[in-house]
Write a protein that binds this ligand. Structure first.
Ligand code: GLN
Length: 457
């Protein structure tokens, strides 16, 4: 059953929120020990909330958009009374003392928060292998990485351990694991979803966003969490309307101009390219038109993204000095986090910042101008989400090979534009994701396209 039908069934009392939760708890008990996607769950609290929702529905009271749906949250988003570790030993004993804005909004819509999900330490990674609590497995391709850094949030959706989940996307951390696990993920235009209560990796790049098994689920979650937040200065007032998207028809593609950037395909595995090209053919059958484009600065994207990430992350980690949060980060963190702190510290110094950081900011402007220029002439850009297939758990990759997973996702973060990923096909059973990127505030248009494409798959 798709998520919107399920939501209606709960509201009509055809299914109860308690039964819905119960069946997920069974799956979690069976699958989570191996998949390691949920880090902490609070089943008693969740059961009480489900009962309350059911009682209100029975009485005929009005309930919220997410009423009775079971939700997983990446463990870098503050939830009161949960351990918010960001999968780091640094914060292994840190208990959330407040609810982030997105959590308050989910609760206001009667969603049931069940637990926190596994991730790369401080969201710095693309594989969920750097978690202090051990890697998560990929439910769609067992024995392979689920992607990252929100690998647990993608895996709980792929393994059907809950209805919806939240991740954070700084350079692809929602879209990358969505692609590898064969589910949907969405990063909105910068400022559409409040980051208040998120443990930052790099604040100028990131957004919190949803994972779901279908487009209706993504739209419902965004409709619930998006919006201006007086507590968070980067949120914007003009918010796309996700409400109307959900009942879509194939007509959305009629007359759409799809930008196909040659360089995005040149860097991708041929088997992935073939699958994305098949999807593009389907979209043209539905009435869309392809416009071939070129992006000149693809080789600048990874270095620009990582330099900015290092500097902002270094600054964000200064509060983990051992006084308020238990451990001093440098003493307990893993190798990748330490690398970012060291390089970030070095290039933040006055004498080096001109050489590296300022150059990175200039390159960021160039990348933003180039991508928005390409988007000017089309409705959206279609490409693979990730250029290569997920590697096997335990295989060791060098740093640059790990960073290479991000080449097609970081552009949307550098430019602040909306982007979604959905499953387009499989290579030997391994899911392949298709990415749709759009103009700032065209989030609803991208969502509509995802819904349209989903119908013919
Ligand atoms: N893989 C990228 C990185 O390591 C993206 C991470 C993210 O989006 N949180 O920084």
């Amino acid at each position: 059953m798709n998520l919107l039908d399920k939501s209606r069934s709960i509201k009509n009392h055809d299914i109860t929120a308690s039964d819905n939760l119960e069946s997920y708890l069974k799956t979690i008990k069976k699958k989570n020990p191996k998949i390691n996607a949920f880090l902490e769950i609070k089943e008693d609290e969740a059961a009480q909330k489900a009962e309350k929702v059911d009682a209100r529905i029975k009485k005929g009271e009005k309930v919220g958009k997410l009423a009775g749906l079971t939700i997983g949250i990446k463990s870098n988003i503050n939830i009161e009374d949960f351990i918010i570790s960001a999968a780091s030993k640094t914060l292994e004993n840190y208990v959330g003392s407040y609810n982030a804005t997105v959590i308050k909004r989910i609760e206001a819509e009667d969603g049931i928060i069940l637990g926190t999900t596994n991730m790369d330490e401080f969201a710095a990674g693309s594989s969920t292998e750097t978690s202090y609590f051990g890697p998560a497995d990929n439910p769609a391709a067992p024995g392979r990485i689920p992607g990252g850094s929100s690998g647990g949030s993608a895996a709980v959706i792929a393994a059907e351990m809950c209805d919806l989940s939240l991740g954070s996307d700084t350079g692809g951390s929602i879209r990358n694991p969505a692609s590898h696990c064969g589910v949907m993920g969405f990063k909105s235009t910068y400022g559409v979803v409040s980051r208040q209560g998120l443990l930052d990796l790099a604040m100028s790049l990131e957004q919190i966003g949803p994972f779901a098994r279908d487009a209706g689920g993504i739209a419902l979650m965004l409709d619930s969490i998006a919006g201006y937040d007086p507590m968070e200065c980067t949120t914007i007032k003009e918010i796309p309307n996700f409400h109307e998207i959900t009942q879509n028809s194939q007509d959305v593609m009629k007359g759409m101009k799809l930008g196909v950037v040659k360089e995005f395909f040149d860097v991708s595995d041929n088997r992935i390219v073939n699958i994305i090209e098949e999807s593009i053919d389907k979209m043209t059958d539905m009435g869309a038109e392809v416009v071939e484009l070129n992006f000149k600065h693809l080789d600048l994207c990874i270095p620009t993204y990582y330099l900015i990430n290092y500097v902002e992350f270094f600054s964000a980690t200064r509060k983990y000095d051992g006084r308020k949060y238990g451990y001093r980060i440098e003493e307990v963190c893993g190798e990748e986090v330490l690398r970012r702190i060291h390089i970030g510290s070095y290039i933040s110094q006055k004498e080096y910042s001109g050489k590296y950081y300022k150059k990175a900011l200039q390159a960021r402007s160039l990348i933003r101008r180039e991508i928005t220029g390409l988007l000017d002439g089309v409705d959206a850009l279609i490409s693979p989400t990730v250029p290569k297939l997920p590697h096997k758990l335990g295989e060791s990759l060098n740093t640059m090979d790990m960073y290479a997973y991000d080449v097609l996702t970081v552009i949307a973060n550098l430019a602040g534009i909306p982007a979604g990923s959905m499953k387009a096909g499989e290579v030997n059973g391994i899911p392949v994701g298709l990415q749709i990127q759009g103009k700032p505030l065209d989030d609803a248009k991208i969502m509509g396209m995802m819904a349209g494409l989903e119908e013919i798959q």
